[in-house]
Design a protein around this ligand. Sequence first.
Ligand SMILES: Nc1nc2c(ncn2[C@@H]2O[C@H](COP(=O)(O)OP(=O)(O)OP(=O)(O)O)[C@@H](O)[C@H]2O)c(=O)[nH]1
Ligand SMILES: [Mg+2]
Length: 421
Amino acid sequence: MFIDKVKITVKAGNGGDGANSFLHFKGVVNGGPDGGDGGKGGDVIIRADKRVSSLLEYYYKTKFFAGDGENGMPKNCYGKAGQDIVLLVPTGTVVKDEESGEILMDFFNDGQEKTILVGGEGGKGNARFTTSRRHAPHFSQKGEATEKKTIIMELKTIADVGFVGFPNVGKSTLLSKISSARPKIANYHFTTLSPNLGVVSYYDESFVAADIPGLIEGAADGAGLGIDFLKHIERTRMIVHVVDVSGIEGRDPYDDYLKINQELKAYSEKLASLKQIVVANKCDIFGAEENLKAFKEKLGDSVTVVPISAIDGNGTKDLIEKVVEVLKDIPPVAPLEYEEFNYVKPDRLYYEIEQLEEGVFEITGSLVEVLKRNVVMSDFHSMAYMQKVLKDRGIFKELRKMGATNGSTIIIADSEFEFVD
Ligand SMILES: Nc1nc2c(ncn2[C@@H]2O[C@H](COP(=O)(O)OP(=O)(O)OP(=O)(O)O)[C@@H](O)[C@H]2O)c(=O)[nH]1
Ligand SMILES: [Mg+2]
């Protein structure tokens, strides 16, 4: 099965919690704080690898979570960092954030990689909270929690030339003749079910050709295999339009030519506007010569037609020469033009105050999330720290402005406090 579009869920690892512990061994009762830090969570990395040919792997398994950092331990032992996760994708894969539709990266070059999600920071152990005044901190920091994200990965093959045409006209035969690719060839429609790539060499030059499943009239509306595969030639620099001039299937070559162009246009103006070389295939079959003449007349002089027989190789050298010539004037394939999207960790300073009812206020936002990590409600020093943060950030002042007075209830992270002015 060829899979070229998948939706998966990814998550960086949570940071491990810092430990809260005190040194104690035989004979030592009140040793100092020795809780180690939690480990950092693993990252989610995506890397392009040309040996990978489809996104099949992400069709069956759709959840990819990096490892969580381990919690810190006594004796100042740090928690182990969580394992990164590396997702390999074929070159040409475009990765988007599902929610916004923005492009995280067009993985255009082999080896190109991006860390799309960074693991949570590990929390500090209580040993890190000693100060000259506070010798025995009874609190430690929680590890930073990370969020799941949904991403869409879509393969848009990178090739210089795209082969299009009706089924059975000989596209795969042509590719197998001029490159080392070995696509399936057979005398029935829709033999090719997924794109085939081949490198065509010509003296010092070379180009990559993509052979896609055959199109039929109405492909744009889903007939046959539909036009889904056209996305694999969207990035090509030119099109080789293969037509069967033998008339062996009872169709008129010129009719075929117009219909395919119509389908290209229905897919995108860009595809329709690409430079085309028309290949008149199966010239070895009796009657082809006459059909070719009529076909050329209908096309007129502005269209380049190259007569070939893909099966015995006649005319293919001429075709390659013409393709190389045309490609000289067309810029190389480039990555998509896009503004790179990045997931950012929530702004730590953000907060909101909402009055729930008379004398009851709730504080929410990322600042609260940070406080949740750093504050142990049962610890006096820790609570003092929280009060200091609330004061420094001007939250007390704002609460007063909103009408909080002595005895008002303040809700922070599901805990209720009495406001003391
Ligand atoms: N006589 C003759 N037969 C050819 C020629 N080129 C291809 N064929 C035959 O035509 C049939 C179809 O060839 P394919 O290369 O599979 O055609 P395709 O365009 O890739 O077909 P789909 O993958 O179904 O779209 C096979 O039986 C080939 O042997 C040719 O130049 N002359
Ligand atoms: Mg084929």
